[in-house]
Ligand binder design. Structure first.
Ligand code: FJE
Ligand code: FE
Length: 353
């Protein structure tokens, strides 16, 4: 059991809010398919719009529309070092939506951010909407994520890094955590870094979509999603609607960044800004902007892993024994965390002088 005291130095790498004791949680979802070695298909989204819907923009054809299963509001909360997030997936009422562990819509103005911290067992996807973020990791990898850019980071067996917004101006963006299957948790860390110009965008009938992962309107993202995932950023002009295919059996949700959006049925209640909508099963989603202002929302879907999830802050494994091993690896600097004990980000070193 992780009860605080067995890992005294663990706290020293974290400032209080980063790794609350409550971050340790365990949920056995489906033991049957753990380590079953099932083959997952990369992108099974069906495209082709043989049936043209009466109105609206057809980004992918489908038969069984998904509807709103749950609606949750995300209020701003402090996170990291002076940053503010609106947490979607990962909040107490929605700890996870397999394979997703977290979606934070972050806003930072001035000095704030997420100083030196580790990850193991999943992927972080940072998508900037405004401003920029500077990142650096313990292996010497560093760079800037600017508005429209995506950093798809596979932490695998271990990354320690710092994620700090620009010192001036307003920074806005999203960070999504995608779980990795047990067989992939200890893979070599990897980055897929896309500049805004590398990410396909489609504009049609008052709809604009940024294809971060998966496909829309027959256009595919170049991102490889080890855990099969779709991630689309939609902009709907007033009066516009979109019909988007989503693979059946995948879990899917939307998070509204701006405006009001009607999901599922045209006469459904519009859903407002900062709400997460968990979608029911089906093979597609219809969305309408019936308001007078442009609307923006992200649609995220993924093939469930159906494995037990044990999370301790930034470490996500299948069992508590693996979590304890991870904490030990991190403290002792082994199994992928070799550079952890001696590394300190430049950002942090500078801020301390
Ligand atoms: C954190 C572990 C973490 N939301 N949104 C525990 F890794 C983090 C963390 C972030 C984060 C970073 C960015 Cl750039 C954007 C984020 C959480 O680094 F906040 C906790 N509690
Ligand atoms: Fe991080």
């Amino acid at each position: 059991m992780l009860r605080g005291s067995p890992f005294p130095s663990f706290k020293s790498i974290s400032r209080a809010p980063m790794f609350p004791a409550s971050a340790l949680r365990s949920s056995v979802v489906n033991l049957r398919s753990v380590f079953s070695g099932r083959v997952v298909s990369q992108r099974s989204t069906s495209v082709g719009s043989s049936v043209v819907r009466a109105m609206g923009s057809v980004a992918g054809d489908f038969k069984q529309p998904r509807e709103v299963r749950r609606k949750l509001l995300s209020q701003a909360q402090p996170e990291g070092d002076g940053a503010t997030v609106r947490r979607s997936i990962g909040r107490p009422e929605l700890k996870q939506l397999d394979p997703f562990l977290l979606l934070d819509y972050f806003e930072a103005a001035g000095p704030a951010g997420f100083p030196d911290h580790p990850h193991r067992g999943f992927e972080t996807v940072t998508y900037m909407l405004q401003g920029y973020f500077q990142h650096e990791d313990f292996a010497g990898h560093k760079g800037i994520i600017e508005a429209g850019d995506v950093q798809w980071m596979t932490a695998g067996r271990g990354i320690v890094h710092s994620e700090m917004p620009a010192p001036t101006g307003v920074q806005r963006g999203l960070q999504l955590w995608v779980n990795l299957a047990g067989k992939d948790k200890m893979i070599e860390p990897n980055y897929q870094e896309l500049k805004a110009s590398d990410i396909p965008r489609v504009k049609k009938d008052g709809v604009e979509v940024v294809v971060i992962a998966g496909e829309s309107y027959g256009i595919k993202s170049p991102v490889f999603t080890r855990t099969p995932t779709m991630y689309l950023d939609f902009y709907l002009q007033p009066g516009a609607s979109v019909h988007q295919a989503i693979p059946e059996g995948w879990n899917a949700f939307t998070f509204i960044i701006k405006g009001n959006v009607v999901f599922g049925k045209e006469d459904a209640q519009p859903i407002t800004e900062s709400h997460t909508v968990v979608l029911s099963d089906g093979d597609g989603l219809s969305a309408w902007n019936k308001g007078t202002e442009p609307a923006q929302f992200v649609l995220v879907g993924g093939q469930p892993l159906n494995e037990p999830v044990v999370q301790y802050g930034p470490f996500v494994m299948n069992t508590q024994a693996q979590i304890m091993e991870t904490v030990r690896d991190y403290q002792l600097g082994r199994n992928g965390f070799e550079r952890a004990p001696s590394w300190r980000s430049e950002a942090k070193s500078k801020s301390r002088r």
